[in-house]
Design a protein around this ligand. Sequence first.
Ligand code: ZN
Ligand code: ZN
Length: 684
Amino acid sequence: NRMRIRIYGIVQGVGFRPFIRKLALRFRITGTVCNRGSYVEIYARGERLSEFLEAIPKEAPARSAILKIKTAVPEESDFPPESEDFEIIESAKEEGMVFVSPDIATCPDCERELFDPANRRYLHPFINCTACGPRLTILDSMPYDRVRTSMGEFPMCEDCNREYTDIRSRRYHAQPICCNDCGPELYLLKGPETGKDALIQVRNLIRRGGIVAIKGIGGFHLCCDGSNDEAVGRLRRLKNRPFKPFAVMMRDMETVRRECEVPEGAEELMTGPQKPILLLAKKKTHEAGASVLSEALAPGNPNIGVMLPYTPVHMLLFRYPEEENSPEPAMPEVLVMTSGNPSGAPICMTDAEAEKYLAPMCDEILSNPRKIRIRADDSVMSFYRNQPYMIRRSRGYAPLPTVLPQEYHHSVLGIGGELKNTFGLLRGDMNYMSPYIGDMADVRSVEALELAEERLERLLEITPEAVVCDLHPKYNTGEVARKLAEEKGIPCMEVQHHYAHVLSCMAENEWDAPVIGVSFDGTGFGTDGTIWGGEILLADYKAFQRFGCITPFLQIGGDASSREGWRIAVSMLYGQMKDRAAVMTMIEKLNLCSVQDAKVQMAMADRKINAVMSTSAGRLFDGVSAILGIRKASTFEGEASMALEFTAEAYEKKHQNAGDLQHAMDEMQKQFPLAACIDNKESE
Ligand code: ZN
Ligand code: ZN
């Protein structure tokens, strides 16, 4: 009847401890609750512990977000002495007790005040409170205090100071607190307007079909009317991004429900403290003309990434009451909100970067003097089997830790992947993950990684004793890792890419026992020097064996082979059929490529020119996509595979009957036996 409970997530400054106390009293639980930096720790005794435990996530305060609850039953001697009460313990900061909050979306109370003409923060574009506002992205150093944030440059006015120091105020110790008198002011970078005029100018540009860069929490967005084909098309041309889907921001839940299928639980996520981009299915059947979404937003894609306004500036973009009688066309309910960056580079966070990289892509730039200290792109999630599924963990989540199944004695920096980099700092049983950094092929992203790593190290007060990087000898992340290791005089270790994936999956699920790890992926450097990607590994935390993989095929043509699935298709057909003439007939039948191109591919295969053995699952999907005539090449990473997935899903929906599906699979097997081959590899 005793238990230690640790609750991880956004559980600070959102009324969590008083909530726990109330709950404890209801279930006649005695004990203590205490802030321990990145988690809240409860020592509880009572007969109704399981009911108490169950009620915590169900009834938690609205702005809190519980990521994990860990329970244990420590020795009686490690427990606080029995008492009749349940107490909130104020503890002094101990070593290793660092809490860096993620940024929190504007709360409903602040939104109400924002549009309340009687409130002194009426239409203030930087309104926030103890429960909401920027955190990680404005933080200079610890402890978290106004002077050590970007808001240090904006001295509080008397009224704000009164609220800041009044324990009964909603803004008690809200570090970014400010108001119309003392807060930052919006301004344009191209035009002369500031404040309210700047905002109105931007709204007018957008409704006339213009493109505007807007400074947000963790960087700039590029924004335009999401219902205007011409505007979206122009942004695609300027951003040099012909097909890759754009995320949108919708005015409110009502708009989201009109445009998209909203699975159960999705609304809670969309309106919660993190407000990620959620991939939702576009509604197929509309009452006549009800949808306003431009087809150019996500061409040929049944889904669209949607988020709701999460800063006061976003809210004011959609609704600005003072100019409701304006002769301008109505403000759109759907805005493109795509990361403001040139292709390959990280999201822009300073005015200088915006002027250099974004100015040529837009008609105006809306900025403000509150400095962004660390980049944080929007988080992206989807729903899989009615559960939220993380795709890109960034703003709103970073740097919340993942809790590992065991404690480690050494602090470690995991430098992260090459293509979609985030890094992690591990201490004890917690791995703190950075916001999304970007594609390390671009030197600007490498600089962003170094900057963010240095900052997080300082904020989290972690001094790594080892650096870990990918096994690939030519990755920029490896170079950064080796450089850091040398500077710090600590070892640098290399881990095979797919083993790292399996380990992450184990850690995330707090799994201790050995596993059969299935890692289906684009590409990673294998321990045998070939490209791996469709791997079955027998793994535990110490080592792994390569038990099986996709039948290896030749990836011919270097970088082009990862964009042009037809090359993979030719190579796979040739590899399987061996007979040149037969392959030629098949290629013509499938209309894969010209006779000349096919000959070149096969000649290169024969002589192993610019050819490397590969088990990449991503390339397998690209190849199959090309063979089936769905996509012969990709303009962005994953395009052909995604198109294949959408086609398969559409087919599945149309042929719900299991017999039909089985029949189709059998037919497929007969025609393309290579699609289902798994090779059993010698173990390492
Ligand atoms: Zn608030
Ligand atoms: Zn003020």
